[in-house]
Design a protein around this ligand. Structure first.
Ligand code: MG
Length: 244
């Protein structure tokens, strides 16, 4: 399965080969088991404002900027885009609820993946659409020595956000590598789309409630059920890539 995935990627993108030097990590749903709290905070905020949504919508929207999510709900409910004031007010309300609900527990298996990545001497870059300082500030405590401040792309740095390739292209630039010298680890359909659009070999970990098919449709090169199984398989994956 891994060999086939690499072959498919190279056939589409870059016949000269895949030579990973850096791994670009999404944060929510990859490093933190925080998506259920985001979904709950979004759903409650939207419902209170009379905006039409289901809890599942927010797993599908994951990776978008807050403003883009709010716009989508306004278009759906009121057939118009939201104003900047509405965006700021609603995002603040959602962010406050998220901070209240979030338990900040790291994703099971993520520390093991990071250790493997370090063992293989691959650089690490954080590429998140999130602007939640509470989690970004916790990274050094939960994953010491894994991410340096100058190698983080957050919701504050981007103009478009996922599914646009922009955040991952910025991540490549931070790492100083080409698209064939990186691997993306993502959990969200729009995040996978962004990684694929940036031309990067993209591994999906399906840590949420959506079916695998959604991640396949988004273009994921490989899918793992969780970070634990990715950690277990990492040496094999890298060995196959190196020996090609
Ligand atoms: Mg995510």
């Amino acid at each position: 399965m891994i060999s086939k995935a690499i072959k498919n990627y190279l056939a589409n993108i870059q016949p000269s080969g895949l030579h990973p030097k850096a791994v670009l990590f999404d944060m929510d749903g990859v490093l933190y088991d925080s998506m259920r709290f985001h979904a709950r905070a979004w759903y409650e905020t939207a419902t209170q404002r009379g905006l039409l949504s289901t809890p599942e919508d927010f797993y599908m929207f994951e990776g978008r900027t807050g403003a883009s999510t709010i716009n989508e709900l306004y278009l759906r409910t009121f057939n118009r885009e939201s104003s900047v004031d509405e965006q700021e007010e609603i995002y603040q309300q959602k962010a406050a609820l998220f901070t209240q609900y979030n338990d900040g527990i790291p994703m099971e298996g993520a520390a093991e993946v990071l250790e493997k990545v370090k063992t293989w001497k691959l650089d690490r870059v954080l590429v998140t659409g999130s602007g939640q300082k509470s989690l970004i500030d916790k990274l050094e405590t939960d994953y010491p020595g894994s991410f340096s401040r100058d190698k983080m792309i957050t919701g504050y740095d981007v103009k478009y956000g996922k599914p646009h390739p922009e955040p991952y292209l910025m991540g490549l630039e931070k790492a100083g590598v080409k698209h064939t010298e990186a691997i993306v680890i993502e959990n969200a359909p729009l995040g996978v789309e962004a990684g694929v659009a940036a031309g990067i070999f993209t591994i999906a970990v399906n840590t949420g409630p959506l079916p695998d098919q959604v991640l396949t449709n988004a273009g994921a090169n490989l899918i793992y059920p969780d970070m634990k199984s990715l950690a277990t398989d990492w040496d094999r994956l890298m060995t196959i890539i190196k020996n090609r």
